[in-house]
Design a protein around this ligand. Structure first.
Ligand SMILES: *Cc1c(COP(=O)(O)O)cnc(C)c1O
Length: 352
């Protein structure tokens, strides 16, 4: 059980169901986003979980990041797989099949896809204030012609909105642009609007179908259902001035060095992801604490306090320092560790 994610099963599953209900209405279900490291749970697990949410909950489509991820989802989820990163003519191993929906964000690509794969299923991406991918609105007329010319089967217009700021008006504008356009669809796929904003959009535009694409708020929306623990693999009493680790830096105080599960291969980084850690670090610096001795605050908590790395994390373990006077866990005990789920690979995932 080195680095372990424990999921409180009933609580997590009811959160998933509730979230699907909150975002979805009949014919306009939530679209779970299943990509990357699977938000810490793994792609296969989230694909199966999306299947479990099921068509009854309106889950007829999942969205994934890249073409490389598609086969893993197609084999575990019976509905459609929408690929979020746009199709490009130079991509290799683009999966075929009627369940794959491509995202297209450039006129050249619409023309190329129509030529290479006439009849392919697509969504056209709009260029929002994200400025990542997509067509500006003045190109939608040309897009309409290219969709027809390539006999592409259009499933909607897709909007990817920034995480910060107020973007309901931007979504509203695009909804108006879509309705005024000749594009042969009334579906808009949106990312990063909350359930209330989606509800208002649907209420204001009853002819529009809104498909919310949701990852973090779905899978990680109830953090209380998730516990992350690192196993203590070894511990050593140390005196002030002792040199330890790859870097042999002298320790500023007496205490214990703990060897805990979790290293760079798990995604444990030098910067602790916990909220408030920047402030905590600033305070420590102001106090001339261990940071002044060249140590960095780790994401591990021992005895109720976030502890310091002795040195940067190793590949699979980290060395942390517990000063004398604090309680020291035993080998085999577990300690809390704050992780960023989208960059973490767990050794074990247990659903209780
Ligand atoms: C990753 C991604 C999402 C999901 O984002 P969350 O913040 O995890 O909900 C939605 N849309 C697009 C285009 C994405 O790339």
């Amino acid at each position: 059980m080195p680095l372990t994610l424990r999921i409180e099963g009933d609580r997590w599953r009811s959160h998933l169901r509730r979230t699907a209900e909150t975002y979805g209405v009949v014919g306009q279900g939530i679209v779970p986003v299943v990509k990357g490291n699977g938000y810490g749970f793994g792609l296969a697990s989230l694909a199966r979980r999306s299947a479990w949410l099921g068509a009854d909950a309106g889950v007829d489509t999942v969205a994934t990041g890249m073409y490389e991820e598609v086969p893993e989802l197609l084999s575990r989820f019976a509905g459609d797989v929408l690929v979020l990163s746009p199709w490009r003519p130079f991509l290799s191993e683009v999966p075929d099949g009627d369940r794959v929906v491509h995202t297209v964000g450039r006129l050249d690509d619409l023309a190329a896809l129509g030529a290479q794969r006439p009849g392919a299923r697509i969504v056209v991406e709009a260029l929002t204030t994200m400025s990542r991918h997509g067509l500006p609105r003045h190109e939608l007329a040309a897009a309409t012609d290219l969709v027809r010319a390539g006999r592409l089967r259009l499933s909607g217009l897709a909007l990817h909105l920034p995480l910060v700021g107020e973007h309901e008006p931007e979504a509203e504008e695009w909804a108006a642009v879509l309705e005024a356009s000749q594009l042969d669809t009334s579906t808009m796929w949106v990312s990063h609007l909350d359930a209330q904003q989606i509800g208002r959009l649907r209420a204001r535009r009853p002819r529009l179908l809104v498909r919310p694409r949701v990852g973090t708020a779905l899978w990680l929306g109830d953090r209380g259902a998730l516990t992350v623990r690192a196993t203590v693999l070894d511990r050593h009493p140390v005196s002030r001035g002792d040199r330890v680790g790859y870097r042999q830096r002298p320790l500023p105080r007496a205490g214990h060095v703990l060897v805990v599960a979790g290293g760079t291969a798990h995604g444990i980084g030098l910067a602790a992801p916990a909220a408030g850690s920047a402030r905590q670090r600033a305070l420590a610096l102001a106090r001339g604490g261990l940071e002044a001795a060249g140590m960095t605050l780790s994401p591990y908590t021992v005895g109720g306090r976030q502890r310091w790395f002795v040195e940067p994390p190793h590949m699979q373990v980290s060395l942390i320092f517990v000063p004398a006077g604090a309680g020291v866990p035993d080998v085999g005990d577990e300690v809390d560790v704050a992780v960023r789920f989208t960059t973490t690979t767990f050794d074990h995932i247990e659903i209780g």
